[in-house]
Design a protein around this ligand. Structure first.
Ligand SMILES: Nc1ncnc2c1ncn2[C@@H]1O[C@H](COP(=O)(O)OP(=O)(O)O)[C@@H](O)[C@H]1O
Ligand SMILES: [Mg+2]
Length: 333
């Protein structure tokens, strides 16, 4: 195989790169460090987060911001660095690159991303909608299914789609994601304990001890917080307390699922209820989330294998299956 086939999932919080025959080769913060003027790229991914953590004058840039906006210049620079890392200096065998994009991205913006990718050194560049890539990566037979729901839980947003016969029939993009759960935990702690959790602590609790459903036994974790005067203190937080705090954002995802169900025909709705929903994205790793959605949305729900990688894997897999994106999508060869 001379030209590599590369799938890139550039998310709000994470960038993943899948190379055909190699698997996931990059899983790092979707972050770039530039010089003060934002012109020269100093580092990307983990190296960028380390560089920025050391202080100094470097500027932090997130190419994909919460839910909607994409900074195309920054995204292009990031893709260029990623391609460089994978194919090295040799540019004789330029790679085929597929990028996943949020479904709300417009035609003009799609063209900008494609051009940036070509400019970054791709032989051919293609785009696929994130939820479709998530379904493919979750090994859903997208071309033949008579109706399945896919819920991709990212950091800044959640996409809920109904897919049948290779098409997205209905879509809801919700501005609720993993970060909304972190905010809900911070707000609950402020309201009940009168203290502020330090940055990253709510997420740390969520990942270590969080649960969407009532935990059988309660668990505690000690977190770093600050009081009203900014004085540092430690706070012991209960899993049950956190579970209550995240109910509201989780119910917003249920509402999104129900709106998608309401958009399709009665026949399709029956298929969706039979085949159920599959959860992808980092947020799908929250224990109990499948049970929560099954109970509240009334559709059998399961978590995909390795949910955080599904979009990247599906994006790469789609390069071998271009008919799934040729329909109604923009592409350049
Ligand atoms: N074990 C876990 N439990 C709950 N949430 C998690 C877990 N692991 C990661 N997350 C959350 O998943 C989100 C990141 O998911 P990801 O799909 O990588 O986002 P994006 O595609 O927007 O970059 C973050 O909000 C993170 O806190
Ligand atoms: Mg993601």
């Amino acid at each position: 195989m001379l030209s590599k086939k590369i799938g890139i999932d550039l998310g709000t919080s994470t960038v993943l790169v899948y190379v055909k025959g190699e698997g996931i080769v990059v899983n790092e913060p979707a972050l770039m460090a530039t010089d003060e003027r934002g012109v020269r790229v100093l580092a990307i991914g983990r190296a960028a987060s380390e560089l920025l953590g050391r202080g100094g004058k470097a500027r932090a840039i997130r190419p994909v911001r919460d839910g909607d906006g994409v900074d195309y210049g920054a995204a292009g620079a990031m893709v260029q660095h990623l391609i460089g890392r994978i194919v090295g200096r040799q540019r004789i065998f330029r790679p085929d690159v597929m990028l996943s994009v949020p479904p709300m991205v417009t035609g003009v913006e799609r063209r900008a991303v494609l051009e940036a990718t070509m400019h970054a050194g791709a032989k051919s560049a293609y785009l696929i909608d994130k939820p479709m890539a998530a379904a493919i990566g979750a090994r859903v037979p997208v071309a033949t299914t008579d109706g399945i729901l896919v819920v991709n839980l990212g950091a800044g947003s959640t996409d809920v789609v109904a897919i049948a016969q290779g098409e997205m029939l209905a879509l809801e993009s919700i501005r609720i994601g993993g970060e909304s759960l972190d905010r809900a935990i911070e707000e609950a702690v402020a309201a009940t304990h009168g203290v502020r959790l330090l940055p990253g602590e709510a997420e740390r609790f969520k990942v270590a001890t969080g649960s969407a459903t009532e935990p059988a036994a309660d668990a505690w974790l000690e977190l770093a917080a600050a009081d009203g005067e900014g004085q540092a203190l430690r706070l012991r937080l209960s899993g049950k307390e956190v579970q209550r705090a995240i109910q509201e954002p989780l119910l917003a995802i249920v509402a999104g699922l129900q709106r998608v169900m309401a958009q399709v025909t009665e026949d399709r709705r029956l298929s969706l209820k039979r085949n159920g929903a599959i959860l992808t994205g980092g947020g799908a790793q929250l224990p109990g989330i499948a049970e929560f959605l099954t109970a509240h949305a009334g559709v059998p729900t399961r978590v995909a294998r390795d949910p955080q990688s599904c979009v990247a894997v599906g994006t790469g897999m789609a390069l071998d299956n271009l008919q799934v994106i040729r329909r109604g999508q923009h592409y350049i060869t």
